[in-house]
Design a protein around this ligand. Structure first.
Ligand code: BTN
Length: 249
């Protein structure tokens, strides 16, 4: 994939700008980076604190030829790419909290917001927005109790640009593997090896009623397999979120 990278001093949200440009017809591989976001967005309508140079805030435009229902798995693909890149560039060993938070020492260091635009069940474009806390000390209220930064976790010194390039390189590899099968088959072992909740008790916050179980890893569709007394339930992201029974992980 050929990346075209546009750097801004300040934007309300790189996702919003990427989506606007995608509507205007920019190609797959367009990357929008901002040093600062004034209205950074998280999942479920949360805000994402994105101070000047406190982290890497960027969005990537994708135009895969896939049915819309396959698109949410791309978030897991992006999470794996970020985990690999952080490990390569900083020497730290990040894990993934399903589906797509990157954690260090049980705290969130990166969030991913994937936004889909579809027409009649086929994908028009997907914007994958990635926020990596590099040296942030202030976090949005919703994340404050369980957020951290690469610097706070003892990353060796690195250039932010080098980490961005590493994420894009790793994403290219992971995305290529994803496109071969349109699922996680070729990434499954690696993803599950990174899963912070694996074989741990979790609480599934299902709008239809919360329940407890043991997380056993994800399947090819990216669903989290949660073992309950009555059997194993595949949990899909979206409405449902998963917590550790004692807190965030
Ligand atoms: C989450 O964990 O809730 C997702 C956070 C995603 C934040 C990134 S920062 C770059 C991109 N632009 C946004 O407005 N949000 C994403």
């Amino acid at each position: 994939m050929r990346y075209r990278i546009y750097c801004y001093k300040e934007l309300p949200s790189t996702n919003t700008e990427a989506r606007r440009l995608a509507e205007e017809g920019v190609g797959q591989g367009t990357v929008i980076v901002a040093r600062k976001q004034t209205a950074g967005r998280g999942r479920r309508g949360r805000t994402w604190a994105s101070g000047e140079n406190a982290g890497i805030w960027f969005s990537l435009v994708l135009k895969p030829d896939i049915p819309a229902e396959r698109a949410s798995t791309l978030t897991l693909v992006a999470a794996l790419a970020v985990a690999r890149a952080i490990s390569r560039v900083t020497g730290l060993e990040p894990l993934i909290k399903w589906p797509n938070d990157i954690v260090l020492d049980g705290r969130k260091v990166c969030g991913i917001l994937t936004e889909l635009s579809a027409e009649a069940n086929s994908v028009k474009h997907i914007v994958v927005g990635i926020g990596i806390n590099v040296r942030s000390q202030e976090f949005s209220e919703e994340f404050a109790g369980h957020a951290t930064s690469l610097t706070a976790e003892g990353a060796k010194s690195f250039l932010q640009g080098a980490l961005l390039m590493a994420v894009l390189e790793e994403f290219e590899d992971c995305y290529g593997r994803y496109l071969k099968t349109l699922d996680l088959e070729l990434l499954l072992t690696e993803y599950n090896d990174c899963l912070v909740n694996r074989d741990r008790p979790v609480k599934v916050l299902d709008p239809a009623g919360a329940y407890l179980g043991i997380a056993r890893g994800v399947n090819r569709r990216g669903e989290l397999l949660v073992e309950r007394e009555d059997g194993v339930v595949p949990v899909s992201s979206g409405e449902v979120s998963v917590r550790g029974i004692y807190g965030y992980v």
